[in-house]
Design a protein around this ligand. Structure first.
Ligand code: KIV
Ligand code: ZN
Length: 558
């Protein structure tokens, strides 16, 4: 038996009963650091080319990222070259700080500073693994030994920085695999590093807490973060940063709860590309803040462009349900969702706070169209079908016809087994309702209103003439046709609408009538309501006459 949960043990939850973070709210955006070009890049099947790196860097800058980890130059020549290119070609905007990662080893730290030579401001990010599993099984070192690596690395960073006084240096330390590290020990190592860097004396210092592997639920991570924030020395002089991975699918949640627990800064990547299940998705976390009315300090108004650049640089396609970015994330196929969305959008006044069922944000904010919201398949109902006709063709159907037509669309969707696009919906409507039976097109009509009611005469293009008189025009014509065909005619439903500007027709008439026991419907778009009404009725009559019920069809007596 290979699928056996007994192989695993429960994560030992640190005991922090005095946790305060659950009562906190995120009031403002954290500082962001984009690590797409380092953590994202090192996880790709095919690492990015220099041109792809430049394209992604430029996108990050355009989105408003102010801190960007651009690589691991001491471990990779392409990363070194890219770092040099950015600096030598003056491609880093004045308000953007680049960051490079290095292990806490002398030759690697030295090389990292060579890569950064000439930068206006830079973050040197040094790390070593501190977790129990790494100490015991990978390095076979004691807690003291691992702490010594961190302290030596910190000293080397400080010494190297002193050799390049023209650059404004920020030092960052990560107790890598923090989530698997005893919190009191992580604090001991961090304090040892800060004793070297002395943030209380003005050295800018970031402590980055990586969920290198996401090992517990996000509330446990938040406990760990709060514990560090409360436990380390010189907290007020240190920026606490988070770096969460998505092994349990909660990297964004861990980031959010970690900020509630006191973190000031969050590292992540666009759409979460990164090692294994990925890094924390910057877009999702930032957009979550945005949807709560908090300025995320990043601009995602052109999500299509972001998606295109990320896809082409990572060679990874976006899942259609990826939060905020995927093709289907604002789409409703289900009839009840469509109805609710349509009602909310129709009621919404410009400038109002967003409050639309099923849509956490206004898709337009990130460059999406409302057209993508209501899409039709066999799960959709009358509201959605009616919405498409109204939205795309200015055809506003009465409720009874919405019901009838949506059954027809649903049948088509079931037969065809997929989505029904707007053009097909329109074609179905034309074929089933607007199409005029051959010979039954209205050619000419005359109406006279007098004291006794309306007298009407109509001629069709098959040469037939109908004359009748009654209280209204429709009644007069119904009577004439009924007598001519020799069948009883009942008008079951009748509606006429003015058609919105932008279409050729000015009026839409919809009719459902029972002729000789057969119920038929038709619609007509006309220059005016009377011609639309008359044509709709004659379309129904023509359909009856031409229907495949020969035994019951009376001879057409003209
Ligand atoms: O996931 C991780 O721990 C890292 C560190 C090097 C910060 O990427
Ligand atoms: Zn990472």
């Amino acid at each position: 038996m290979t699928f056996d949960h007994r192989k695993y043990r429960r994560f030992e939850v640190p005991n922090k009963p005095d946790r305060r973070w659950p009562d906190n709210r995120i009031e403002q955006s954290p500082r962001w650091c984009a690590v797409d070009l380092r953590d994202g890049n090192q996880a790709l099947v095919k690492p990015m080319s220099p041109a792809q790196k430049q394209r992604l860097f430029d996108l990050l800058v355009k989105l408003g990222c102010k801190e960007i980890e651009i690589g691991f130059p001491s471990a990779s020549q392409p990363d070194f070259d890219f770092c040099r290119k950015l600096i030598d070609e003056n491609r880093i905007p004045g308000d953007v700080t680049i960051q490079v990662l290095t292990q806490a080893r002398p030759e690697l730290i030295e090389r990292s500073f060579e890569a950064l030579k000439g930068a206006r401001r830079a973050i040197v990010h040094v790390y070593n693994s501190t977790s129990v599993v790494q100490r015991e099984q990978v390095f076979a070192m004691s807690r003291e030994g691992i702490k010594h690596i961190a302290v030596t690395g910190a000293q080397l960073v400080k010494e190297q920085a002193a050799r390049y006084p023209d650059t404004e240096w920020v030092f960052q330390y990560s107790p890598e695999s923090f989530t698997g590290t005893e919190v009191d020990y992580a604090i001991e190592v961090i304090d040892a590093v800060s004793a070297v860097w002395q943030p209380q004396n003005g050295q800018q210092m970031i402590v980055n807490l990586p969920a290198t592997v996401e090992m517990s639920s996000p509330n446990v991570f938040a406990d760990q973060v709060e514990w560090v924030c409360e436990g380390i020395k010189h907290r007020e002089h240190i920026t606490i940063s988070l770096h969460t991975h998505n092994d349990r699918g909660c990297a964004v949640a861990a980031g959010e709860l970690g900020v509630m627990a006191g973190a000031d800064r969050v590292e992540g990547t666009l759409m979460g590309n990164g090692e294994r299940t990925g890094n924390m998705d910057l877009i999702t976390m930032a957009m979550n803040l945005y949807s709560q009315g908090i300025d995320p300090q990043l601009n995602f108004e052109n999500m299509a462009e972001i998606r295109e650049v990320v896809e082409s640089c990572t060679d990874i396609t976006t899942h259609p349900r990826h939060p905020y970015v995927g093709e289907l994330v604002f789409t409703a196929f289900s009839g009840s969702h469509q109805d609710a969305i349509k009602k909310c959008l129709n009621r919404r006044a410009a400038g109002e706070v967003w409050n639309v069922a099923y849509l956490p944000i206004d898709p337009k904010d990130i460059g999406r169209r409302y057209e993508d919201v209501v899409r039709i398949n066999s799960q959709s109902g009358k509201g959605g079908v009616a919405h498409v006709l109204e939205r795309d063709y200015n055809i506003d159907l009465p409720r009874w016809l919405q019901q009838e037509f949506s059954r027809l669309v649903q049948k088509q969707a079931e037969d065809q087994g997929g989505e029904i696009d707007s053009l097909t919906i329109r074609r179905l409507f034309d074929e089933h309702y607007l199409a005029v039976p051959v010979g039954w097109a209205l050619k000419h009509y005359d109406l006279h209103r007098g004291d006794g009611g309306v007298s009407a005469s109509v001629s069709l293009d098959n040469g037939a003439d109908y004359r009748g008189a009654s209280q209204g025009a429709l009644e007069a014509i119904v009577q004439a046709v009924s007598e001519t065909l020799g069948v009883g005619i009942e008008i079951e439903e009748y509606n006429e609408f003015a058609v919105e500007a932008g279409t050729q027709a000015n009026a839409l008439a919809c009719i459902r009538a029972t002729l000789g026991g057969h119920t038929l419907s038709a619609a007509s778009l006309g220059e005016d309501t009377t011609s639309a009404m008359l044509q709709a009725f004659f379309s129904v009559a023509g359909r009856y006459v031409q229907a495949a019920v020969p035994a019951e069809r009376p001879a057409l007596a003209v």
